[in-house]
Design a protein around this ligand. Sequence first.
Ligand code: NAD
Length: 376
Amino acid sequence: MSEYGSKSTLKIPELIVFGTNSIEDIGEHVKKYGKRAVLIYGGTSLVKSGNHGRIVDILKKTNIEVIEISGITHDPDDRTVKSIVDRVNSAGPDVIIGAGGGSVMDVAKAASIIATNGGEVKDYWAGKVFTRPSIPYIAVPTTSGTGTEVTKNAVISNTEKTYKKSIRSEHMIPDIALVDPSLTFSVPSDITSDTGLDALIQNLEGYTSKNSGPITDTLARKGIELAGKYLLRAVKNPDAHEAREGLALASLYGGITLFNAGLGLAHGLSHPIGIRFGIPHGKACAIVMAKVMEYNYPARGEKYTETGMLLSGEKDGIRAFNLLLEELGISTRLGDYGIKHEDIPAIVSESKGGSRNFNPVEHSDDTVAKILEELL
Ligand code: NAD
């Protein structure tokens, strides 16, 4: 069978809207569900960027009643979700809008589904199943990276912040993904770099995952090409709107790809590395990515060659990826982030399941430990 004959499926939200200034239509989208909206956001960055005022003004002009819930910080935990669910339930909205980075969008997604199904994040980690649809949910990304606006999972950490785990359900696919690159124009360089690497690596791991297929490959290839062309440009020149637009599209493609094709070992490792050592998600993926590529090379050599060509016209995909990290000033030595030999068993154990299941090459815990040792 050629690569075009392999199985590929595509699930996406009922509506994806992409385009600069597409936020202007948010009131019309909300009106489909009713007149009372809860707006969930982080805090200062949405207000400082002017995005908060912009969204609220549009909603008010469309006669939507807005109840605001803010204060969500990075790596949101189960307790935060519980408090947001309580506030959502007392507000009784027709629709929820989550406007922010992946942290905000995931909390809003989790709250939308738990509000109608009851229980707590812990119950769903333990296997409880969502049986009822969520409150209609509109996801509005303000960073270009996670793609969570189109996926069926929310990544939440435990209260002690020692691990991160997804809750997932088909009922959690946002009803509308509203991706307006202009909302990302204010993202500072360091966060553009961290989030943009997530976008790139979601496309890359989705492209080479065990479940990859022709539909997602098409999106992933374009996502890798866009990240190669625009990531560094957006980091070096935050006012380059074309670069921001290209990255936003790469992020959207990465989200669709990861949802439908799965990811791999780098994403599996990024959760314990990120939460235990306070490393932003995209950077945590980037630190281990090249070593994972070396390990997967026998199964995905051709796709890595294509990755290199798409990234920078370089046949060696691993080298192309490493050169990009070098230009972004990102070390791939775990020791530089305070990670020691004795931390490896916990990282390996907490990386199990999820993304690791989609890695193209089988791997034991011992193999993963060896990969990490080589990165110390
Ligand atoms: P984030 O949401 O934690 O945001 C990072 C920082 O960017 C924050 O300080 C925020 O205030 C700031 N910020 C956001 N928008 C801004 C703007 N427009 N201008 C200026 N500053 C802005 O980071 P993230 O990388 O977007 O999300 C990471 C989270 O998403 C992690 O918890 C990760 O596990 C999760 N994730 C989920 C999925 C999924 O499918 N559910 C996929 C990938 C990652």
